[in-house]
Design a protein around this ligand. Structure first.
Ligand SMILES: Nc1nc2c(ncn2[C@@H]2O[C@H](COP(=O)(O)OP(=O)(O)OP(=O)(O)O)[C@@H](O)[C@H]2O)c(=O)[nH]1
Ligand SMILES: [Mg+2]
Length: 238
């Protein structure tokens, strides 16, 4: 089975080369689809260099496609754009920072490979057992915890980590979800629509190394409210 790794990228000059190296190191046949949105730092130049090197290596197990958009359109738009290029059997979302560990991708997609699940989320809650050391870490933890609770109440689900980045899907399922998201509401929208189709979301424990807003995190409080609204909207309308 082939894996498609979708990587949305905006201003990640510090981590983009390392995250691509780590994803390539995963021992699976895969394609990496990167959507970069007019970054204002050196991300674009670094990506150009990476694609040059990758093309010269002619590594058919690690095909990299880079889509450069002129303007910032948001993580959700980037994922929807990348989906048009997907040729693999399984899709996973991989952020371009180092918060999630690509060495755990095989573990996350294993239930899909084994045809036991169609959708699997990597759960930081199951992986950690306890929240993080900083105040900011706690705030983000509680934000995520409350969204998971809300999903379980509204959609009769049983998940522990709704806003996790590591969301893996059988391609056929993801391509059949009609997505409208532009920004970080990709997570609540896809969760809502998968559950509404009656598809079970399985979870696998994963580790997490959170970064701060100062270190480049772009999601914020506003996105929590948008997530709540998105979950309500898709529960009661369309
Ligand atoms: N192409 C694109 N990527 C974006 C945009 N905004 C954020 N990203 C990328 O989306 C990923 C997630 O952003 P983060 O700021 O790390 O947010 P997070 O808290 O990890 O968010 P989630 O994992 O989405 O819950 C990173 O790889 C960002 O570079 C955007 O406007 N366009
Ligand atoms: Mg992140």
């Amino acid at each position: 089975m082939k894996l498609s790794v979708i990587m949305p990228v905006y201003n990640e000059e510090k981590t983009i080369a390392e995250i691509i190296r780590r994803v390539k190191a995963v021992n699976l046949k895969k394609e990496i689809i990167i959507v970069e949105d007019g970054s204002t730092d050196k991300t674009k130049e670094i990506l150009k260099e990476i694609i040059k090197q990758n093309d010269s290596q002619n590594d058919s197990d690690n095909k990299i496609t880079i889509i450069n958009q002129r303007k910032r359109h948001g993580k959700g738009t980037a994922i929807r754009r990348a989906l048009k290029e997907v040729t693999g059997d399984i899709v996973i979302i991989q952020d371009a920072d180092l918060e999630y560990n690509p060495a755990e991708i095989s573990k996350v997609i294993a239930p899909i490979m084994a045809k036991k699940s169609k959708v699997v989320y990597g759960s930081r809650v199951k992986g950690h057992g306890k929240p993080f050391s900083s105040l900011m870490g706690w705030i983000y933890y509680l934000g995520g915890f409350s969204l998971s609770l809300f999903v379980n109440l509204l959609y009769q689900a049983k998940i522990t980590d709704e806003p996790t980045c590591y969301k893996a899907f059988s391609t056929e399922v993801l391509k059949n979800v009609q997505l409208n998201c532009q920004n970080f509401e990709f997570c609540p929208e896809v969760t809502a629509k998968v559950l509404k189709k009656g598809i079970k979301i399985s979870e696998v424990p994963i580790t997490y190394h959170p970064r701060s807003l100062r270190e480049g995190k772009k999601i914020g409080l506003k996105d929590w409210f948008i997530a709540v609204w998105t979950l309500l909207k898709y529960r009661f309308y369309n």
